[in-house]
Design a protein around this ligand. Structure first.
Ligand code: SAM
Length: 481
């Protein structure tokens, strides 16, 4: 049995020793199948997101060439550990680790597959399409769930500096006679539209105070996959609507919808969007690479409660979930009950995970946009044992945005980035639940490599406008030859 401690917070020595001694005592008492002991990896971590898809102990089995392989992991979230129930929970996890049968007390909602294809992303989209109904039920806006109570994207000083940087670019291009007639500016994942409004307001002020007329040449593209967000943002813009254009775009594949803008866009901004896009996770261990597969499930007891509270039939419960994902809260006759059902279901939704051995990166079925060459350097220079995100959605978004950039244009992304693989050794980086949405840290080291191989410079700056902020800013420009 190998124990791995994967967090660097204040040492929780007592808790860790309680977990390890409990597990060792269970093994000594013959309550852990001796056949699994040589293959058992016990991971102790502290999950940053209080609300997430995991229980105190999660069992991850592994597959090799489609067949069960002996390697098995029990991952323990120290944050959820309750000392009284610990022996019972660990004994159950050890029994699950040794068994080949399905856990009978679970209602599985989808087959195992890459995390990027899980139904949790349909829940995420549902949230952004029906956010107002959710917020009406909680009485709180989505920003309340953020650590600072508001998005760093809305910080007025940051936006002021972003406006100044863009104004300088425009003025410089103008001086050189390079300024195009239309100045395309783009924001993906506009949320409430507050940032777009502030940016346009400040740009107009700069333009007026310097006696220039650039504002009228701006075309501000508001891009989101939620019509509700686009409509709300457009309304908030007030008179700035004149220079704005809403576009319903999937941020994971922007080039498909926006190819008419190839090489035209001077400035693209995103805040807290990459962390909200689907991702896959990979594990490096003992010289092997594993891809994580997941499936959503609920405990039978939770399904029973939901069926009782919302007059649903247990037999057809998965159909009720599907209907909610397709029709939103109106899937129930009473939409207010529909919102409550959605919230209760989301709160209980869990992910089961398994590890699939990959013989070589070149044979792995990687998400689109990601090539084995992007990962090779990271994998060979990174730590030997680590779980990290492939940030599939962010990679697709990044790779589909850079062709839109004008040769002097730039991409600016504010998000929670991991800039070196070793940072994953400091704790679990998602997925977590943030209200009704999903949040994951973003593998910035991988994005930098994708950009480098495509001929772009990628660098990161800390977000200095709010003390304690975990946001950093990624900038991308064409590499000067
Ligand atoms: C966490 S919110 C951030 C909103 C805003 N930028 C802020 O900082 O407050 C994520 C935004 O991205 C949008 N979004 C999420 N996934 C998307 C996708 N695949 N394509 C387009 N927009 C997406 C959501 O609708 C939402 O407006």
């Amino acid at each position: 049995m190998i124990f791995q401690v994967n967090h660097m917070r204040k040492v929780r020595a007592e808790l860790i020793s309680r977990v390890t001694t409990t597990l060792l005592s269970l093994a000594e008492d013959g309550k852990v199948d001796s056949a699994i002991l040589p293959h058992l990896h016990v991971l102790l971590e502290w999950i940053q997101y209080r609300s997430n898809f995991r229980k105190t102990a999660m069992v991850r089995k592994s597959l090799k060439n489609g067949q069960p392989s002996p390697s098995v992991e029990i991952a323990i979230d120290l944050r959820q550990v309750d000392e009284d129930s610990l022996p019972r929970i660990l004994e159950a996890a050890a029994a699950e680790a040794a068994s080949h049968a399905l856990v009978p007390s679970r209602v599985v909602l989808e087959p195992f597959g890459p995390m990027r294809s899980s139904m949790i992303w349909e829940f995420n989209k549902l949230y952004w399409q029906h956010r107002i109904e959710w917020e009406k039920a909680t009485g709180k806006g989505y920003e309340n769930a953020l650590p600072s109570g508001s998005s760093d994207g809305h910080n007025p000083d940051a936006i002021g500096d972003q406006v100044a940087k863009f104004y300088d670019l425009v003025a410089d291009m103008d001086d050189r006679g390079q300024l195009p007639e239309r100045l395309y500016v783009m924001e993906f994942g506009v949320g409430s539209g507050e940032r777009a409004h502030r940016w346009l307001e400040l740009f107009l002020q700069s333009d007026r105070s310097r006696g220039t007329t650039y504002y009228a040449r701006i075309r501000f593209l508001l891009c989101d996959y939620s019509m509700e967000a686009l409509e709300g943002a457009l309304e908030l813009l007030g008179p700035h609507r004149e220079v704005a254009e809403p576009r319903e775009v999937d941020a994971m594949d922007p080039f498909r919808a926006l190819s008419d803008l190839r090489y035209k866009v001077l400035y693209v901004h995103l805040t807290n969007v990459y962390d909200n896009l689907p991702t896959d996770d990979a594990v490096l261990r003992d010289g092997r690479i594993y891809l994580i597969e997941v499936r959503s499930y609920l405990d039978q007891a939770d399904v029973d409660d939901l069926c009782r509270d919302y007059a649903l039939d247990a037999e057809t419960f998965p159909d009720a979930v599907r209907s909610l994902l397709e029709r939103g809260p109106h899937a129930l006759d009473d939409p207010e009950a529909g919102v409550r059902f959605w919230m209760a279901l989301w709160g209980k939704l869990q992910l089961e995970e398994r590890m699939v051995t990959v013989d070589s990166l070149s044979d792995a079925s990687l998400p689109s946009g990601l090539k084995s060459s992007h990962l090779e350097e990271l994998v060979t220079s990174g730590p030997g044992t680590v779980r990290f995100q492939l940030s599939s959605g962010a990679v697709g978004s990044f790779a589909g945005t850079i062709p839109l950039l004008h040769p002097r244009g730039y991409l600016e992304v504010m998000d929670i980035f991991v800039t070196e693989l070793t940072q994953y050794r400091g704790g679990f980086k998602g997925p977590g639940k943030m209200d009704g949405s999903v949040v994951n840290w973003v593998n910035g080291a991988l994005l930098a490599e994708v950009g480098r191989q495509a001929g772009y410079d990628v660098h990161f700056k800390p977000f200095t406008y709010r003390p304690g902020s975990r946001t950093s800013i990624l900038y991308t420009t064409h590499r000067e030859s």
